[in-house]
Design a protein around this ligand. Structure first.
Ligand SMILES: [Zn+2]
Length: 140
């Protein structure tokens, strides 16, 4: 039996994760039409220490970010992803997770966080499917 992964709520409350959300949001330049783009990355847990770690991925584009290649961290398992939706509601954008976010989160087996101007959305499973074991990356 693998140890349980942290839940989406536990991850969202973790200081490391909160700092990562804030940094990704700032780096998305939500107020700059020329520079605005999606940012995000991966959330990991070390089952031995309980430590939660994050790794940023390469910057995305206006409404695109590649989250298909989580790096491997020694002894750690992927327990979530996060990305920003920085395009403003004021000019007609929808900050909520798009259908592809919901589908890919479900298929990936880990919760996905979407950071927006009206808060953080979470889609996909409530915690990493199958616990902290098996493939270190996406469990499904
Ligand atoms: Zn998205």
């Amino acid at each position: 039996m693998n140890p349980e992964a942290p839940t989406a709520t536990e991850l969202q409350q973790h200081p490391t994760v909160q700092a990562a959300f804030a940094a990704a949001w700032a780096d998305s330049f939500p107020d700059d039409p020329a520079l605005r783009h999606e940012e995000g990355g991966y959330i990991y847990c070390d089952p031995t220490t309980g430590e939660v770690l994050v790794r940023r991925t390469l910057p995305g584009e206006l409404r695109v970010l590649d989250l298909t290649h989580p790096p491997k961290l020694p002894g750690c398992f992927l327990v979530g992803t996060y990305h920003t939706h920085p395009n403003p509601i004021a000019i007609g954008w929808d900050p909520e997770p798009i259908p592809a976010d919901r589908r890919e989160a479900q298929e990936s087996g880990v919760p996905w966080f979407v950071v927006s101007e009206i808060g953080v959305f979470v889609v996909g499973p409530d915690r990493r499917v199958g616990g902290l074991g098996g493939s270190a990356g996406y469990p499904l």
